[in-house]
Ligand binder design. Sequence first.
Ligand code: FES
Length: 147
Amino acid sequence: MYTEKVMDHFMNPRNMGELENASGVGTVGNAKCGDIMRIFLDIDENQVIQDVKFKTFGCGAAVATSSMATELIKGKTVEEALKMTNKAVCEALDGLPPVKVHCSLLAEEAVHAALWDYAKKNNLEFEGLKEPVADIHEHDHGEEEEE
Ligand code: FES
């Protein structure tokens, strides 16, 4: 049911933990499954993500997608990280079963929430960055978000 990459990131999660004095912290949850994800970002003066950690209280796929999401945004600029979609996370993991796609959405939203926190603390605005929702379950059907 799960790809080797999903199993690998679940068994050996990358960047698990927290950052003291993080530039941005974001927490999102899905009330339906009860899973919670928190992302910590360390962003330098050039808006490059120097370090990233995550804490996830959730299913195995949530752990694997958090782990992969942190890998995908590490070393990237804020603007590049903003473009990381849940689809990119799924692809990097060689796919997720359809019922688990919402777990990757949690990862995308947690990154956005942490970026939002960073932007707010620094009075910055980024195109496409909106105030995060605390509970993503209203749009967790695995479709692309429509605006
Ligand atoms: Fe909800 Fe995985 S079952 S995040």
